[in-house]
Design a protein around this ligand. Structure first.
Ligand code: ZN
Length: 70
């Protein structure tokens, strides 16, 4: 990552937090990233993705079977 040499630049950290505040959705899976610590913020493109693999999408369980089953 191009920014690695400046990872502890406080201004960059501030900018990354500002970007995360504006764009908390993961650009890869579309889910909202829960915490700044879980985000890998790409400051240059003002986008964030999950740090590491994205969590599985939330599953909405079907409680009722389709009426046509019986
Ligand atoms: Zn994601």
């Amino acid at each position: 990552m191009a920014l690695s040499g400046r990872a502890d630049d406080p201004k960059l950290e501030q900018l990354a937090r500002a970007v995360f505040a504006m764009f908390p959705q993961c650009h890869r899976c579309g889910q909202t990233i829960a915490r700044f610590e879980d985000a890998d913020v790409r400051v240059h493109v003002q986008r964030a993705v999950h740090r590491g693999p994205c969590p599985p999408p939330p599953i909405v369980e079907r409680v009722l079977p389709p009426a046509s089953e019986r």
